[in-house]
Design a protein around this ligand. Structure first.
Ligand SMILES: [Zn+2]
Length: 248
């Protein structure tokens, strides 16, 4: 059964119970880590997901709360003797900065490093990132302060859309149409972000069945977040928590 594991649910400022937003999407043999804050090994272990099982890494945008764990993820995978290739997807500017970040650590001198393939995501609505028998993943440009992407993953059993960081966006509505689940950010009324009410509106317009709120300020009352989203959405709303697992 395909599933999503929430490794972190906080907006830019984390606390002990809310790491910065990152999730794992699992379908068949593909284990896809989306974003890379902190040191992802911590939550992966807590979620009982073997870091070596990750096949794909998607970076939605180059803000610190989404990418600072990238060098640590690569270094720790190397230290535990990963041999399998890792696919890394992102917008061209994001991948370039990730390479620069690794360059600061002279990673070309790390002996016997596992194969890494960078795959540029075009800044075009509905770009197919990869497809296997069990999972297909698409990306669309979101509306954030810097270039950022939203994602859709579909399986035989159903589909999910993840907004990433974005203001209310028609591209997200289009991506989420026909999906069972929408995972939408709920930072608040800030430039380049969405409120829980906005997330509810997007979920309603796209016609999804369930809405999960993510990337919310850890100190906001979850009941209030829920109420604000429910005011605009007739389906099920859940405030995602770290280590929550959702089957698709
Ligand atoms: Zn963010």
């Amino acid at each position: 059964m395909p599933k999503v594991t929430f490794l972190g649910t906080a907006s830019a400022i984390p606390d002990a119970n809310h790491q910065n937003a990152h999730i794992v999407i699992k379908g068949g043999n593909r284990v896809v880590l989306v974003d890379c804050p902190g040191n992802p090994f911590v939550r992966l272990h807590q979620a009982k997901i073997n870091p070596l099982s990750i096949t794909d890494l998607i970076l939605t945008h180059f803000h610190p709360d989404h990418v600072t764990g990238f060098p640590l993820l690569l270094m720790d995978l190397w230290l535990i003797k990963r041999k399998a290739p890792l696919m890394i997807y992102g917008l061209p500017g994001v991948l370039e900065k990730c390479k620069q970040m690794m360059g600061l650590y002279d990673w070309d001198e790390w002996n016997d490093f596992f194969p890494v393939t960078f795959v540029e995501c075009p800044n075009i609505e509905g770009s197919l990132l990869f497809a296997s028998e069990e999972i297909k993943v698409w990306a669309s440009p979101a509306e954030h302060l810097i270039p950022s992407i939203s994602l859709k993953a579909s399986f035989v059993e159903g589909s999910i859309c993840y907004s990433g960081d974005t203001a209310p966006s028609n591209a997200v509505v289009n991506l989420a149409k026909g999906c069972d689940i929408l995972i939408h950010e709920a930072t608040g009324n800030e430039n380049g972000h969405s409120s829980p009410g906005d997330a509810g509106k997007i979920a309603q317009t796209a016609g999804v069945k369930r809405l999960f709120l993510i990337h919310y300020p850890f100190d906001r009352n979850p009941k209030v977040l829920l109420q604000e989203a429910k005011a605009n959405f007739s389906g099920t709303v859940v405030v995602a928590e770290d280590l929550m697992v959702v089957e698709i």
